[in-house]
Write a protein that binds this ligand. Structure first.
Ligand code: IMP
Ligand code: MG
Length: 180
């Protein structure tokens, strides 16, 4: 697995610092709110697990699963809902926990079709990684772990073709792995 990684972009130590910083900020900002953390599966699993343990106020968690990418590295722009929330969003201050904000199409779809029509009280975005250069939809994150260059990244939950999710850091995938 390691031989397919060009370089480490965010180390385990940096990931830990990021989740501590964001957890502290979110705990402060949401202390009088009705916080529901919504993790977008599967990519945000590691981030969600670390972030929630750094949140010190009462909150609830739920999961949604969508697919946009298929097995390539370019977003198709189409979103398929594989799993919706168990908790009905009405009245909750929802914080979407995402692995990476790329074109922004996935989050745009979630917010406009799955959360706002069901009367969520507020909806904000917490993304571990931001690739601002790639944005197509009019979406900005409220909380960002760190920005990454326009390269395909894997690890800490993020995959290429369902692999590399178990790497404990974020790495840039070698181009020869996905372009042939
Ligand atoms: P968007 O709808 O284009 O913003 O795509 C968001 C989703 O695409 C993310 O939640 C990831 O699952 C996936 N994605 C985008 N860029 C990468 C990447 O560099 N590595 C792995 N997955 C990515
Ligand atoms: Mg993915």
């Amino acid at each position: 697995m390691l031989k397919d990684i060009e370089r480490v972009l965010v180390s385990s130590e940096e990931l830990q610092k990021i989740t501590e910083r964001l957890g502290k900020q979110i705990s402060e900002d949401y202390k009088d709110k009705n916080l529901l953390l919504v993790s977008v599966l599967k990519g945000s699993i590691s981030f969600m697990a670390d972030l929630m343990r750094n949140i010190t106020i009462p909150c609830q968690i739920d999961f949604m699963a969508l697919s946009t990418y298929g097995s390539g590295t370019e977003s198709s722009g189409r979103v398929r809902v594989n799993k919706d929330l168990d908790i009905y969003p009405e009245g909750y201050d929802i914080l979407i926990v995402e692995d990476i904000l790329d074109s922004g199409r996935t989050l745009e779809y979630i917010i406009n079709n799955m959360l706002l029509p069901k009367n969520a009280k507020s909806v904000k975005i917490c993304t571990l990684l931001d690739k601002p250069e790639r944005r197509v939809a009019n979406i900005t994150a409220d909380y960002v772990g760190t920005s990454v260059p326009n390269a395909f990244v894997v690890g800490y939950g993020l995959d290429f073709d369902e692999k590399y999710r178990n790497l404990p850091f974020i790495g840039e995938l070698k181009k020869e792995v996905y372009s042939d």
